[in-house]
Design a protein around this ligand. Structure first.
Ligand code: GLN
Length: 483
């Protein structure tokens, strides 16, 4: 058997069921790995070692009667998801010391399934960014090359898996934030359909785009996680009442006859040649497995980034209005109430968050609403229509996940526009509300490249089936960094 921290969820499950290890042993192995690698990787904002040991012991005590595949499996969570009695900061100074009195629905579901919580993971402040450099606390490093970023905003969630500090994690994806860091860290991740997973207890960035999604080595593991977190939640008004299929049963390995669309608009200038080559090879693998490749067009793609950077900041400006130093977290003192609010928001939000609030209030203001916000919403409708038309012809769409491999820490930190372009291939799925899967598909300059598969609304089972079939034919998801 491999060392415990190298196991996927599926492998750890088998080892637990065979009595080769215990939940406590597994948990101790990951805690030891965290202690060993954290000085370099810096993925965690908060460790819950004692709670993890207690949960693992409880899981071991219930062995035999457990039914969930996640029973006794250690996991870690992006720090934008509320965890009862465990600090939740959104990697922001403004929420320093905030301890939620309740669990997000996804956390409740994980706890009910017997999963073990190792801790909370670093990210860009309020999930705004593509490198995790916007965290107010620390810079997370890419385990494949410590001078590079892990991607973002769920950079801690991707780096923790790649560094084998946890077999899987949860992140959130508003414009690409589980898929892009997964691609840059050589792991798999899924952004579910909007409404598939409850957002109750997820601290809002852009409410019409945000979705919680799992990150892990294999697609088979993503299926196990989605099974537990998906499903209707009356506490989230946008949660869909769609039934949840058996995702693991959907992994038949068979993609024969599936029509996979290749959109020409996703092979643009600015995509690194090494990325394009790896992704083209992945298409050929799927074709060799019996899928049919079809060239398609998604004509409004080039308007996605500008429209996203109107809509996401507009929603963020409304969602972040609540952080005034009165109701939550930290308060900066001031002579007057106004000065107190101004200092709290001016000093405790980072530069990117303040930039988004300013853009958001601007595009929503009376004189500019029609020119910017309404127009961006029209673009959103056109993007959605592009996909509806494409999915009348094809079952899935395949693209690169990110135009580049992991870039150096600091390389794009002072250039917000260059940073925004990291998500050219991922924001469209959020704008249209459709699911997207990222899987590792090779290396360029020694660093991981990700393939992205997009599907129809609520067609996660088909996406996972194709991703899993690809992983049965390739071994990119089994490569581990030497750390
Ligand atoms: N990078 C994008 C942004 O900064 C997306 C972030 C996300 O998906 N949370 O908004």
């Amino acid at each position: 058997m491999s060392e415990l921290h190298q196991l996927t969820i599926t492998q750890a499950r088998a080892a637990l069921d065979a009595g080769e290890t215990t939940a406590l042993e597994l948990t101790e192995a990951f805690l030891a790995r965290i202690a060993h690698t954290e000085p370099q990787v810096q993925a965690f904002l908060h460790l819950t070692a004692e709670q993890a040991r207690a949960q693992a012991q409880a899981a071991d005590a219930q062995r035999g009667s457990a039914t969930s595949p996640l029973h006794g499996i250690p996991l870690a969570i992006k720090d934008v998801i509320c965890t009862k009695d465990v600090p939740t900061t959104c990697a922001s100074r403004i929420l320093e010391g905030f301890v939620p009195p309740y669990n997000a629905t996804v956390i409740e579901r994980l706890e009910r399934s017997g999963a073990v919580l190792l801790g909370k993971l670093n990210c860009d402040e309020f999930a705004m960014g593509s490198s995790t450099e916007n965290s107010a606390y620390q810079i997370t490093r890419n385990p494949w090359d410590l001078e590079r970023v892990p991607g973002g905003s769920s950079g801690g969630s991707a780096a923790a898996v790649a560094a084998m500090q946890a077999p899987a994690t949860l992140g959130t994806d508003t414009g690409g934030s589980v898929r892009q860091p997964a691609a840059l860290c050589g792991i798999s991740a899924l952004k579910p359909t909007y409404g598939r997973v409850s957002r109750y207890g997820l601290i809002a960035f852009a409410s019409s785009l945000d979705q919680i999604g799992p990150l892990a080595w294999s697609v088979a593991d993503l299926a196990l996680l989605l099974q537990v977190i998906a499903g209707h939640d009356p506490r989230d008004g946008t949660s869909a009442p769609e039934p949840v299929p058996d995702y693991t049963a959907a992994l038949t390995g068979d993609v024969r006859g599936l029509k996979i669309g290749i959109p020409q608009e996703y092979f643009i200038e600015g995509t690194e040649p090494g990325v394009a080559t790896a992704v083209q090879r992945a298409f050929a693998v799927l074709q060799a497995q019996g899928a049919e490749l079809v060239e398609i067009s998604l004509p409004h793609t080039k308007h996605a980034i500008p429209a996203y950077y109107v809509i996401a900041p507009a929603e963020a400006s409304a969602n972040l209005a609540r952080y005034d130093g009165v109701r939550y977290g930290v308060r900066q003192p001031g002579e007057s109430l106004w000065e107190q609010i101004e200092r709290t928001r001016g000093e405790l939000f980072g530069a990117e968050v303040r930039r988004r609030i300013m853009i958001g209030t601007y595009v929503l203001s009376a004189g500019y609403y029609d020119a910017y916000y309404r127009r961006a919403q029209k673009v959103r409708t056109l993007l959605k229509r592009d996909f509806t038309q494409a999915f009348a012809e094809v079952d899935l769409i395949a693209t690169p996940t990110s135009p580049t491999i992991a870039f150096k820490v600091g390389q794009k930190a002072d250039d917000p526009l260059a940073m925004y372009l990291s998500d050219v291939f991922t924001v469209t799925a959020n704008m249209a509300g459709i699911p997207g899967l990222a899987v590792p598909c090779g290396f360029s300059e020694g660093l991981p490249v990700g393939l992205q598969l997009l599907g129809r609304p609520f067609a996660e089972a088909m996406l996972l089936r194709a991703g899993d079939a690809y992983q049965r034919a390739t071994d990119w998801h089994t490569h581990r960094p030497t750390l």
